[in-house]
Unconditional design. Sequence first.
Lengths: 165, 455, 240
Amino acid sequence: MSGPDLSARFLGNAAAAAAGAHSVSGTGDLLAALGRIVPAGSPVYCPGLTELEKAAAPLFPNRVADCMAAEVTVEEVFGAIAETGTIVCVSEGGRAVQAGLLPAHHVAIVRRDRIFATLDDLLAVVAGAPPTNITLVTGPSRTADIELTLAIGVHGPERLDVIVA
Amino acid sequence: MSGAQTSLSFRSNAGKAVGNQKLRAAMKHAADTFGTKRIDAFAPVADVEAMRDRASAIREEVLKNLPRYVDQFVASATRAGATVHRAKDATVAKEIIRKILADRGARRIVKGKSMVSEEVDLNAHLEAAGMEVVETDLGEYIIQLEGEAPSHIIVPAIHKDRRQVGKLFSERLGVPYSDDPQVLTRTARKVLREKFLSADAGVSGANFAAADTGSLVLFTNEGNGRMVTTVPPLHVAILSIEKMIPSLADFPDFIRLLPRSATGQTITSYVSVITGPRKPGDATGAKELHIVLLDNGRTEILGGESRDILKCIRCGACMNVCPVYRTVGGHAYGWTYPGPMGLILTTLLTGMAKSHPVVDASTLCGACVDVCPVRVPLVDIILQLRRRKVREGFSDPKEKAGMALFGKVAASPALFALGQRLAGRFWPVVRVLGGKDVAGRMPAPAKTPFRRKAP
Amino acid sequence: MRAQLFGTCLVDSFFPEVGEATVKLLRRFGVTVTFPKGQTCCGQPAYNVGYQAEARSVAGHFLSVFRGEDPIVTPSGSCAAMVKHHYPALFRDDPKMRAAAEQAAGRVFELSQFLVQVLRAHEKGFPGKGKVTYHSSCHLTRALGVLEEPLILLQSLRGAEFVPLPDAALCCGFGGMFMAKLPEISCALAEEKADSIVATGADTVTGCDAGCLMNISDAMKKRGSPVRVAHLASLLAEGI
């Protein structure tokens, strides 16, 4: 499967899991998309560890250093899985995986070349020496514990946006 | 398990459940919803049968070499920085956990959903030691507020409707009454977020453990499992020994099968792979990770004829399709695990003397076998347990006498014909003696049996 | 062609008309039907509740009665499944009996299976009438794998309309001794089945197992339903 197909498949499956699914080309486009997705003025946690995060960080005047104090986390994640519409959050390089958990809104940026076709492809890469935490995230937090009726946003984010850049 | 085991009163538990219309409606709704969602979730998957074969073969391989995989897991988890404890039974496991928590002065414990912790009745033990234990899975939280046990291994409060939950929340949490699941969920989020942030320790279960890397694998939807395992400084995981999978690379099929079988989801919102505690340079993970591996009779099961039940991956699909479970709900079974897998585990883990009536809780319809993602031969095992029940002398004496008679009469054409004549002649008496619920549901025997008209 | 008819204890004792219909059907398609004398029961009542010795005694008797090479045909999916799958297991540790069990298992047919697979009875079709729905019994479908044959026969009923039963795969609650051991659950399931049957608007419900039909019939009777409960053999035979 080629790159554009993988991206489309990933975004389609992510949308099916109730994530906001976006595709951008170039940094300018990414910043414009973030401007639309992130409510202006909200406290944002953006770790600023990668080039994309560094480019995005200045967008947020109310940037906070602790994800617990944020309403939105904007971060670049390890990768994505097309098969399931999943983003892959990994604790590698000092990244706080719980940053995508505590704030009510999680915005995950995935590089186009980091989309794995299947679960097998992803696990083949991480299975040998896994870091402390790998979390596969598919859609927002949800429950069906009351009458099997879907409710969104239990303990984790009630809103998840994925951006393929 | 909160409260004493009531499996011995299965029949009267079931009788009460059958008369409880609210429960019946909730169970029927659940069974219908799960049934449809499961079928829809598997529909687009190519070659489900081959996938089940592969997953079944991996589980079989684990059982064949379980001690080796457990040792390997212990070594690799230790290497990854976790402290692994082996508990031979429930008492030992509870005490290990209490001690870990008490030694670190933990007062407030947040818990993720763990059926193994229910099996050992962990909460009561920790509460008796003066700790506050807060269940954080929404369903578990609901039943904890109500003082009940789970009635389903995936959806613990499946027996309750939204009005009951609304009433419970307004009474116990002092919030305005609402029966909107979204509103109730938001209430729980608010109350429990406080608990997460102030907890001294998190206790979780695990769906699987990867032997080669020492990783724990957890499937969750709400995010509470992620909170429990990453927010407090101390994480204690309790799991039973058979949850081993040889390698993380073996997981794709389990990730595909478990959520689809359990809730009809393609994948759960979260699949977490936790390998050891926080390491230098990490910003994620509990500072300390303890893993308690519970045996509680499993090594003995492994050596017996019903060992295949240990292949079970706890998806709950068998109970969702079981006509008996659908009719009586989970509490009637009287212990931690309900439905087909549950009645088997209940009998094997708690012993025939404490549980034998639940081995009757199957029509042998086989719907469970149809859906089991790892091909546990549930009906065959139920039949094994029924034979064991007879062998060990737990069957009803009247039934035993009746069966001895049946064995003689049905092996002798003359006695069989005589029996037919007697039953025909004395049917009004048989009908009364047999009870309206049994003989009363059968027609009178034919005046002339077929054998007398047959070619 | 010759066939040995296994009537089953339920048909023999309670529903002889089903046995007669079976004979009529088989003869209609040129089968010489024999009824091995001395037949009783397949042993399921004991087997399903764990009475191994009693089940072996009855199964051993069955094997002593059903000898030879002719196919064994029975109007019961459950009894056919017992002979096919459980007999060889019952005599696992007895080479001589095991051989006999396997020989019988290799030639046992449930009636609809025999009618379609061997006699191709559906090709000629049957006269029929009314609106018919069908309960697929659990052992017939799951243990014996007979899913299509009864439906093929029902489709071949000329003049009858077939309506599928919602939740057809859900057990009716009979379960052999289950109905006696846990009657509350058994009745509740039969009630659910009756609800589904009534919802189809059919005037007849049919099936391939007298036990299930007996359980369903009781539930229908209790609610005073006019829906007729008829074994597939009776339904097919009445028009010919």
